[in-house]
Design a protein around this ligand. Structure first.
Ligand code: FMN
Length: 327
């Protein structure tokens, strides 16, 4: 009861949200998340790239056997339908078995056809949509403003036909995160999820080969999220902030809420300790609240964002007096 909160206008029993991943890709594990005390789940994303690559594979097939345009159009529609049907089924079934909010997640890199797809997700019963926008910025001629405008256009496109709340999950690869965040908020994003953790490469020096990097975060990654939750919150951003990346314990979650997060999303820690670990995170937040006499989550949200603290949050370079971290 003490942990009750709201996020994107939805009632949550806890600020702990299970973030988009394979942990939220099946009805069984979503049920487990709800039973363990998650406030909401963000479903595994439906990927634009996945839909497009399925279509391209099928197009290769038609190139050989049947290159009629109508046949290709039929396949495009069929493949699109197929991916989306599976997703719609997941939303419907999840809504039947759990009573916590189900947030659908769309991973998009372009404007695509998200207007109609988002409507299908809403009709299936999704309580909100989290847009995971990840535009690969490896084109050295592309201007930063152009890329940022594309983020806003995607959001506007998705919002056209739906009335459920939309939040946007972004990475931290922007020159001016504040500007990006405020632009998205102005364009109607009800929530901002900070920060997406991208797939990173590594090198196996024995095989002398590029391999996938570690997909599981470390607790230290919490700090950059903490900085931006605190800064955006103190700048009075008019949308709700959800912290993700490196939140592994109840202590990490408390810090994010003190910095101003409305909810805290967890993923890697559940891969490490199991879905049931949500109980421990909730219990640790409650125990901390009891120790500090906070009766509800709202009474300590954002309270560290005082002027003198923000100066520390804004500091990028080390000064001699910063070396002693306890001062
Ligand atoms: C195996 C795995 C799958 C993921 N799949 C998605 C996904 O489909 N969509 C998405 O937005 N984020 C996805 N993520 C990112 C997580 O939602 C989360 O933002 C990220 O792992 C950082 O949080 P953490 O430090 O708690 O792991 C995935 C992460 C992992 C480890």
């Amino acid at each position: 009861m003490k942990l009750r909160t709201t996020y994107l206008g939805l009632e949550l029993k806890s600020p702990i949200v299970v973030s988009s991943s394979t942990l939220t890709g099946s009805v069984e594990s979503i049920k487990q998340c709800a039973e363990a005390g998650a406030g909401a789940v963000v479903l595994k994303s439906i990927f634009e790239e996945q839909i497009l690559s399925d279509i391209r594979r099928e197009e290769g097939y038609t190139d050989i056997y049947n290159s009629y345009l109508e046949a290709q159009e039929y396949l495009n529609t069929f493949m699109r339908g197929n991916e989306i049907d599976i997703y719609v089924k997941l939303i419907r079934e999840a809504k039947e078995v759990v009573d916590i909010p189900i947030i659908a997640s769309v991973n998009c890199t372009s404007k695509g056809e998200w207007t109609s797809i988002a409507k299908e997700l809403q009709d299936a019963g999704a309580d909100a949509i989290e847009l995971n926008i990840a535009i690969a910025t490896f084109d050295r001629d592309l201007d930063a403003r152009e890329i940022e405008n594309e983020y806003v256009s995607i959001l506007e496109e998705v919002k056209k036909n739906i009335n459920i709340p939309v939040s946007v999950k972004i990475g931290d690869h922007f020159t001016n995160i504040s500007r990006m965040a405020f632009s998205l908020s102005k364009a109607g994003s009800k929530g901002l999820v900070l920060f997406n953790r991208f797939y990173n490469p590594d090198i196996n020096i024995e095989k002398i080969k590029v391999v996938p990097g570690n997909s599981i975060s470390s607790r230290e990654e919490n700090n950059n999220t903490l900085r931006w939750i605190s800064l955006l919150s103190s700048q009075g951003i008019p949308c709700e902030l959800s912290a993700t990346r490196g939140v592994h314990t109840g202590e990490d979650a408390v810090k994010q809420i003190l910095a101003g997060a409305k909810t805290v999303q967890v993923c890697s820690t559940l891969y490490r300790y199991g879905i049931d670990y949500i109980r421990q995170i909730n219990a640790d937040i409650e125990a901390w609240m009891k120790r500090h006499n906070f009766k509800d989550v709202e009474s300590f949200r954002g309270i560290v964002n005082k002027k003198e603290n923000i100066k520390v949050v804004e500091r990028l370079q080390y000064l001699r007096r910063n070396y002693d971290s306890n001062k």
